[in-house]
Design a protein around this ligand. Structure first.
Ligand SMILES: [Zn+2]
Length: 93
């Protein structure tokens, strides 16, 4: 049984237990209850100049994008300063 937890993430019940997986292609990322972002493809972009003059905050602020390693669909994004830990959403089955 697949249970959606976000636009492009779901919990899939497999023979190895519940897994957080990509909804688009089914690629398993991590066991349910574990942090999944470290298993995604990370892209960090500077927020400096993003949206023209819309962003005027800290010059070093980053937009992090987390994509599926199986199909490339965007799974989540967050703003952070360099070196900050990921904002992990722990989802339990
Ligand atoms: Zn995928």
């Amino acid at each position: 049984m697949n249970r959606p937890i976000a636009a492009n993430l779901e919990i899939r019940t497999t023979k190895d237990g519940d897994r957080i997986a990509c909804r688009a292609c089914g690629h398993p990322l991590a066991p349910a209850g574990d942090a999944w972002k470290r298993h995604a493809v990370l892209r960090e972009l500077s927020m400096n100049g993003a949206g023209g003059k819309a962003y005027t905050g800290a010059q070093e602020a980053l937009l992090r994008q987390f994509a599926c390693p199986g199909c490339g669909v965007l799974l989540d994004s967050e703003m952070a300063l360099p070196g900050e830990p990921f904002l992990d959403d722990i989802v339990r089955a």
